[in-house]
Design a protein around this ligand. Structure first.
Ligand SMILES: [Zn+2]
Length: 357
């Protein structure tokens, strides 16, 4: 990769990575225009796949304990309403369950019939912006507010609004032959910039395309898919796959790259990704100086999962641990540009070696 290309990428990504790209917002629309303009400028043809999703969008939340107010924020998908009860870690029916944000036990919560859920992030004293698929009121608070709510009787106010959101995936294609998907989502959770998750990867894809196009000799059709609405339930990937996909072999998903803990996730919430792809990437990454670890992360979910369910061989590239994920700490300054550069080189190298042993 030419160093000018990388310098350009680093400079131009700033505007994009400092926008909150939660679907349906003005900034999300702006971010989409930035990508499309970049593609036009580089002479890269693209197709936009438009779709609609219906979601409960968070507006705000707080807890009232005695006369104190504690700031909270609802998960995407949370129910609205007012809920009262004891805030308990060892909850019983009728309580408000208290949970660590990254290890919420939804099965237990459903079986205990709790009124609502309050969660906090253990690793950082910041609000965690989460998402929920169940019909549940769930909010996040800062860890430092824990002593003000734990074991107290609280009133929880949650406001969210059901909205139909306009979204779109962006598709680019290069070459002929069986399809290899290269996927990254461009959206974020509300209130966050998601520079590492997943602004950087989605902004890198046009540059990868540009580099591949210069000397294309791979016996595959590279289909670059910049998805939308991953953070609200992998909606973009699911929408793309609602049409019949023919002759697709591999799906490489980039989600959460550019932090100091590069990882190849060989097992996630939906079981194993492809062993050979993971192993091969590990080797190539090492050759270019990227010390990516092979990791099993049973809670990890991302856009390659619907592809895996269809039988494609998947590779999941990320960072683990990634404590800043879904917090305001995941911003432009969080990016490790040395590592980002190595990811870029490794991915390019890996793609150029597809079809070779
Ligand atoms: Zn992500």
């Amino acid at each position: 990769m030419k160093s000018e290309t990388y310098e350009e990428l680093r400079e131009r990504s700033y505007e994009y990575l400092t926008l909150n790209r939660f679907p349906g917002t003005k900034e999300h629309k702006e971010a989409k225009s930035i990508i499309k303009n970049l593609l036009r400028e580089k002479g890269i043809p693209f197709v936009e796949e438009n779709f609609l999703v219906k979601k409960r969008v968070p507006i705000g939340a707080y807890l009232k304990v005695n006369e104190h107010y504690i700031r909270a924020f609802p998960f995407v998908g949370s129910l609205s309403g007012t809920f009262e009860g004891y805030v308990k870690e060892n909850f019983v029916e009728g309580d408000i369950a208290l949970q660590e944000a990254k290890s919420i036990n939804f099965e237990l919560i459903k079986s205990k019939n709790v009124k609502a859920v309050v969660c906090y992030l253990n690793s950082l004293d910041h609000i965690f912006y989460g998402g929920v698929q169940e019909d549940l009121a769930i909010v996040s608070i800062k860890k430092s507010d824990l002593p003000k709510v734990k074991d107290f009787y609280a009133k929880l106010y949650v406001k969210s609004k059901e909205e139909v959101i306009r979204c779109s995936n962006i598709l680019l294609e290069l070459g002929k032959g069986p399809v290899v998907y290269l996927v990254a989502h461009m959206d974020t959770k509300p209130e966050t910039y998601g520079a590492v998750d997943n602004g950087l990867a989605s902004f890198i894809l046009p540059y990868i395309y540009q580099e591949l196009r210069e000397d294309f000799r791979i016996p595959f059709r590279i289909r670059v898919l910049i998805t939308d609405c991953e953070e609200v339930g992998l909606e973009g990937a699911k929408h793309h796959l609602s049409k019949v996909i023919k002759h697709a072999y591999y799906c490489l998903n980039l989600d959460g790259i550019g932090w100091s803990s590069p990882a190849i996730i060989y097992r996630d919430s939906d079981g194993y990704n492809d062993y050979e792809l993971s192993e091969k990437f590990y080797r190539i990454a090492k050759q270019v100086g990227l010390e990516a670890q092979l990791k099993a992360v049973p809670s990890a979910k991302s856009d390659h999962i619907p592809f895996k369910k269809l039988g494609l061989k998947t590779l999941f590239l990320s960072s683990h641990p990634l404590p800043i994920r879904h917090t305001i700490c995941d911003n432009y300054d969080a990016i490790d540009w040395q590592i980002a550069r190595l990811w870029f080189v490794a991915i390019l190298h890996f793609l150029k070696n597809l079809g070779r042993t």
